[in-house]
Structures are given as structure tokens and as C-alpha cells.
Design a protein. Structure first.
Length: 292
């Protein structure tokens, strides 16, 4: 006799309060809400970004409530979870797959110019800035000494070494198909830094595991980051969620929505007396034409 395994998805919507929610956010929140079925819809405020503002968080909570997407559990804020991230960063450092990087932005720019070819991660926002790997060549003992005497540094993940240990990363799609996760656009990412001590990649992976997220639903702009996320999960021994990277909502002229391209906020549509349903329908109709 066979049996069916029912998975009740726990999904999360994870906005950064760096501006007002626009149609892209509304679509992502709606998509999470749809996919959760009888499961749970969690809200995580990714407020470690230095551009975050409390007033944007207040407004986004209100916009989400207006759209009808009430979180099933208490809202989680990344700004209050430093201890959790600190422990994970220590574990990553102990893996031997991280190295301290002492380069300034100016040095990185000059080195990239000298090499004559900026790695392709240029322009892939979810991957951060390109890095030519300069500090990977410093012998471990000398790097340790420089850290110990307090020379300013960040911590990068050595992707080549991680792939050598764990193999090329892959991820499970929403329908359970194992899919290769390309790393070709990625430079060694910063996971620990000075100003905002932890990076998006680290916090996102740690939080998804800690919150028991079973299906990660987010925009296709974050697909280039999934290989990095999978490697971090493997190093930390965390559970593997499934991933759904949905198409992006585009402006009427076909551009990505952002403040720069003059994207209108949900608040503006509210002021024009659109209903929540009309806002969602508008987001769906402006989705890029390609399918998931
Ligand atoms: N905080 C990210 C954003 O607002 C989303 C990150 C994620 O869903 O993994 O774009």
C-alpha cells in the first residue's frame, strides 16, 4: 500500500523596508499567499540594509494588511537577530572556506581595471559587487595576523573551494525537480562585514532555516543568488527548501520596477481608490511575459 506525503508549505515574504511597496512586492506577496494553500505565510522584515527606515516598515505592514495578507506568526526582523547570524558566521569561518578580505573599494576597482575584464556579476544586484579574488592569495598565517592586529576586513566565501568540497550546487524547484544553480556570474560573496555586520546571503539562509521555510518564493532577480545560498546551507548543515523564482512585474514601458524608473507605490494606487483586487490584477497583468 502506497502513501502520500502531504507537505503543508511554510512560505515567507521578505521585503526590505528601503522604500514603499510597489506592484512587484504586491505580486510576490500574493504569489506567496497563493502557494501557501493551507500552510503558513510568514513575514520577515529584512532591515539590515543601511537604507532601511522604520517609517517604511510601518507603511509596508499597513499596505500588506490592506492587500489582505496577514502573517500567520509574529513578524521577524533581521535587525534583532544578530546573535543567530554571529553564530552562523563563526561556523562558516571554522569551515575553512572563508577568507578575510582587506581590499578597499578603490583597490578592487583598480584591480578589476588592471585585469581588463570585470566579472559578469556587474549589474546582477543580488550578487553584490564583482571581486577579482585578490585576498584569496594571501597565505593563511599572514591573513590571520592582519585580522589579529585589527586591520579592517570583510569575510568572503571561497566559492571554488566550497564547490570542490560539496560539488556544483543545485536546488529543488517548487515541483521537486533538481536543477543546477549556475555560479558563473558570482564573485566570492561577502558574508561578514564591518558596517552592517552580516550580509543578505547569510541572513536570508539562516532565517529561512530557522523559520522552517519549506518553499522560498521570490523574484527571478534573485535566481543568481541561489547557488550561493545552497552552498551556505550545505556548509552549515541546514535543511534544503524548494525554490520558486517568479517572473518580475515590469513597468508599462517594459522596465524593471524601481524608484529610479518611477515605479508607483501601492499607497498611490490606494489614494486613487483602487481596490486590493485591482492592484493585484494590475501586478499580474504587468508580469514579464516569460513563464516561471
Ligand atoms: N529582501 C529582499 C528584497 O526585498 C528579498 C530577499 C528574498 O526573498 O530572499 O528584494
Amino acid at each position: 500500500m502506497g502513501f502520500t506525503l502531504w507537505i503543508v508549505p511554510r512560505v515567507r515574504f521578505a521585503p526590505s523596508p528601503t522604500g514603499h511597496l510597489h506592484l512587484g512586492h504586491a505580486y510576490s506577496a500574493w504569489r506567496n499567499w497563493q502557494e501557501k494553500g493551507d500552510g503558513s505565510f510568514l513575514l520577515r522584515i529584512e532591515d539590515i540594509d543601511a537604507r532601511s527606515k522604520p517609517e517604511f516598515e510601518v507603511d509596508l505592514l499597513e499596505d500588506l494588511a490592506w492587500l489582505g495578507f496577514e502573517p500567520s506568526e509574529d513578524v521577524v526582523r533581521q535587525s534583532s537577530r544578530g546573535a543567530l547570524y554571529g553564530k552562523a558566521l563563526d561556523q562558516l569561518k571554522q569551515s575553512g572556506l572563508m577568507y578575510p578580505c582587506f581590499c578597499s573599494r578603490k583597490q578592487i576597482k583598480e584591480e578589476l581595471e588592471r585585469l581588463g575584464s570585470a566579472p559578469q556579476s556587474d549589474g546582477v544586484m543580488s550578487l553584490g559587487s564583482p571581486y577579482p579574488g585578490t585576498c584569496k592569495k594571501i597565505v593563511a598565517k599572514s591573513a590571520r595576523n592582519r585580522v589579529n592586529i585589527g586591520e579592517p576586513h570583510v569575510w568572503r566565501l571561497d566559492l571554488a573551494a566550497a564547490v570542490a568540497r560539496y560539488g556544483a550546487p543545485s536546488f529543488l524547484s517548487a515541483d521537486g525537480v533538481r536543477t543546477p544553480a549556475a555560479l558563473d556570474q558570482a564573485s566570492d560573496p561577502i558574508l561578514g562585514r564591518r558596517d552592517t555586520p552580516f550580509s543578505y546571503h547569510l541572513c536570508c539562509v539562516v532565517d529561512d532555516a530557522d523559520q522552517g521555510i519549506e518553499l522560498v518564493i521570490r523574484g527571478r532577480d534573485l535566481l543568481p543568488a541561489v547557488g550561493i545560498h545552497r552552498l551556505i546551507q550545505q556548509i552549515l548543515g541546514l535543511a534544503e527548501p524548494r525554490y520558486l523564482h517568479h517572473p518580475l512585474v515590469l513597468s508599462e514601458s517594459g522596465e524593471r520596477l524601481s524608484k529610479r524608473t518611477g515605479a508607483r507605490s501601492i499607497r498611490e494606487y490606494r489614494r486613487e481608490a483602487l481596490t486590493p483586487d485591482q492592484v493585484i490584477q494590475k501586478a499580474i497583468s504587468q508580469l514579464e511575459s516569460s513563464v516561471d
